[in-house]
Design a protein around this ligand. Structure first.
Ligand SMILES: Cc1ncc(COP(=O)(O)O)c(C=O)c1O
Length: 349
């Protein structure tokens, strides 16, 4: 039985029909394995078109794999990666970066966004062999809290990182939402702003399961093919992964899907924001809404609607919108929120 369409995760949404069609169209005859196929050539060309001619894209199975591979490529085992305490990297990857021998150095941020001021205090004992040396700043775009970094913020962080002997990685599991939310291209938001490597997300925006490591400088790409194989992220039938990325990036599917998901989040924030007893806690810049409401109302709502409590302590919840969220979903849900709150109490301060 399928789950009701809800707000638990953009991963809960199905595959976009245009992507499914592209996968089916790929399923004819034989093709070379391990990426030596026309679909992979096309997909990697799409990445060059979107990120600039220096972009080297490597399709992979999942986002954790993309993150770990990017970070390995950017560091030596004695170097550390600075990220927000809320980073997926830190809280939702079961220690995969640490398993690959890379220490995460976490910083507290109110909105999921890392700034140079967060990183600066960590740059101590540089050159001392007893201490992990900070080498990469990893930011999520959009962040795990649904906020985004502007082009200027990314550039400031990249410039600061480079001036301090560091590199900038973007976990772009929701890069489409972040770019569309600001009306900028991938290139403006990454390559031209000084980003060194990107984990490009496709699955959350309607692919069946396809992500890519996008390396934006030759120096960090050295030996990457071998790294991907060692990390078990080299697909033999890569054509099916590449066809999904090609379908997303060859036309405007990425823009349409992200614009829709973002618009649904905006509609939801406006609707619930007008309800007494709901406090929207983060800027709604992409496809997520964070809010605090009475846990009794949350519990009642969860009987009918899939979504997650983000913070048990504060009663904060996360509502994610997807390429397939409808206006009717939003309006029905908002009405249910209003009804549930009328039976419970005001939000916690
Ligand atoms: C910010 C972020 N990064 C990366 C990922 C990728 O994770 P996965 O390994 O499940 O594809 C996710 C998925 O939830 C995410 O939210």
């Amino acid at each position: 039985m399928s789950e009701r369409r809800g707000f638990a995760s953009d991963n809960h949404a199905g595959v976009h029909p245009e992507v499914m069609d592209a996968v089916l169209a790929t399923n004819a005859g034989h093709a070379n394995a391990y990426g030596s196929d026309p679909w992979t050539s096309r997909a990697t060309q799409r990445f060059r078109e979107h990120f600039g001619p220096s972009a080297q894209a490597f399709p992979v199975f999942n986002g954790t794999g993309a993150n770990v591979l990017c970070l390995e490529a950017l560091t030596q085992p004695w170097q550390g990666i600075v990220c927000a305490r809320t980073a997926h990297l830190h809280v939702d990857e079961c220690g995969a970066p640490e398993r690959s021998g890379r220490k995460l150095l976490v910083v507290d941020t109110p909105d999921g966004k890392v700034t140079p001021d967060h990183v600066a205090p960590l740059l101590v004992r540089i050159g001392e062999e007893h201490v992990v040396q900070p080498r990469v700043i990893s930011i999520a775009q959009s962040t795990e809290l649904g906020t985004v970094y502007s082009v200027d913020e990314v550039r400031a962080l990249a410039d600061w990182a480079h001036a301090h002997g560091m590199l900038l990685h973007v976990d772009g599991a929701r890069l489409c939402n972040a770019a569309v939310g600001q009306g900028v291209s991938f290139r403006e938001l990454t390559t031209d702003a000084g980003v060194d490597a990107v984990s490009f997300g496709g699955t959350k925006i309607g692919l069946m399961g396809a992500e890519a490591v996008v390396l934006l400088r030759d120096e960090v790409a050295d030996g990457f093919r071998f790294r991907r194989k060692q990390a078990m992220q080299l697909a033999s039938k890569m054509r099916y992964i590449s066809a999904q990325l090609d379908a997303l990036l060859s036309g405007d599917l990425w823009e349409r899907s992200a614009a829709h998901a973002n618009a649904m989040a905006r509609r939801l924030a406006d609707a619930v924001g007008a309800i007494d007893g709901v406090r929207v806690t983060q800027s709604v810049d992409a496809n997520a809404v964070f809010a605090v409401l009475d846990p009794a109302a949350t519990e009642e709502l969860q009987q009918a609607w899939p979504f997650y409590v983000w913070d048990e302590g504060t009663g904060e919840v996360r509502w994610m919108c997807s390429w397939d969220t409808t206006e009717e979903d939003i309006d029905t849900f908002a009405a249910d929120v209003r009804a549930a709150l009328s039976r419970s109490g005001p939000p916690r301060p």
